[in-house]
Write a protein that binds this ligand. Structure first.
Ligand code: SAH
Length: 234
């Protein structure tokens, strides 16, 4: 029997003493990939109930049940920061979702712009990537991944939330740490059009921000921007 460092996200955690059934994929992972057996322990978590150590009570190649033992972390708030980024090709979108999760975003909002040349996205796949990244980076919350939205529509419905727009074209101030709810927006490889920039400029609480002197690829800009925004957050 081993106490492993494995962490699994479980959206619903019953109270201690009740059996927790795992999904087929999770059971497969524990049984066939990690080769765990009855009595081995791992951690399970979600944003609402925090993180718990749990022991495997039954396991086969296709099914597993656990029992929670003791809480290892109470629920705790995480940064309230959104990432809005112009959809990229599949591999780069995957990378942005993984890294944004590690860096601590709460919402990932893909956007479609005039110069975006990707419009299809497999949300289930992106959600699975975010769950895996949250498991690995010791977060309690998995970011919400929203349906892609045209940037003009997103701007038309924008809530009362400070928006930082990464703008490589002018001498804006370097993006600094967020002190409350925030959103970072990253444009497509070809940049935003003037019409899009005008729509963005109409948001009352928008700040154009620089990410340094060099022009970054969009995926680098998303990762570098979130590091600047969130490095000091809880
Ligand atoms: N318009 C450029 C490249 C855009 S880079 C061109 O013509 O090649 C893609 C996105 O990354 C931009 O829309 C911007 O949001 C962000 N970005 C890249 N480098 C940046 C920088 N130094 N400061 C702020 N934003 C940057």
């Amino acid at each position: 029997m081993a106490d492993t460092s494995i962490r699994l996200h479980l959206p619903n955690l019953p109270p201690p003493g009740e059996a927790v059934s795992l999904s087929d994929a999770q059971a497969h992972y524990l049984a066939n990939v990690m080769r765990l057996g009855e009595g081995d322990t791992l951690r399970v978590f979600n944003g609402e109930t925090g993180e718990w150590r749990a022991a495997i009570t039954k396991i086969s190649r296709k099914a597993a049940t656990l029992e929670t033992l003791a809480q290892t972390r109470p629920p705790a708030p995480e940064p309230d920061a959104w990432l809005c980024f112009a959809l990229l090709k599949r591999q780069k979108t995957d990378m942005v979702v993984e890294k944004a999760t590690e860096l601590g975003v709460s919402v990932i909002q893909p956007i479609i712009t005039a110069r975006t040349n990707a419009d299809h996205v497999n949300l289930e796949r992106l959600r699975a990537i975010a769950i895996e990244a949250a498991e690995q980076c010791e977060r309690l919350h998995v970011p919400e991944i929203r349906e892609p939205k045209p940037v003009m529509k997103l701007m038309a419905d924008w809530p009362a939330r400070p928006l930082y727009v990464a703008d490589e074209r002018r001498t804006a101030h370097l993006l600094g740490p967020a002190t409350g709810p925030s959103a970072l927006m990253i444009g497509p490889e070809g940049g935003f059009t003037d019409q899009e920039l005008e729509a963005i400029a109409r948001i009352p609480i928008i700040t154009r921000v620089s990410l340094g002197r060099r022009i970054l690829r969009a995926e680098t800009a998303a990762i570098a921007g979130l590091a600047l925004l969130l490095a000091a957050s809880p």
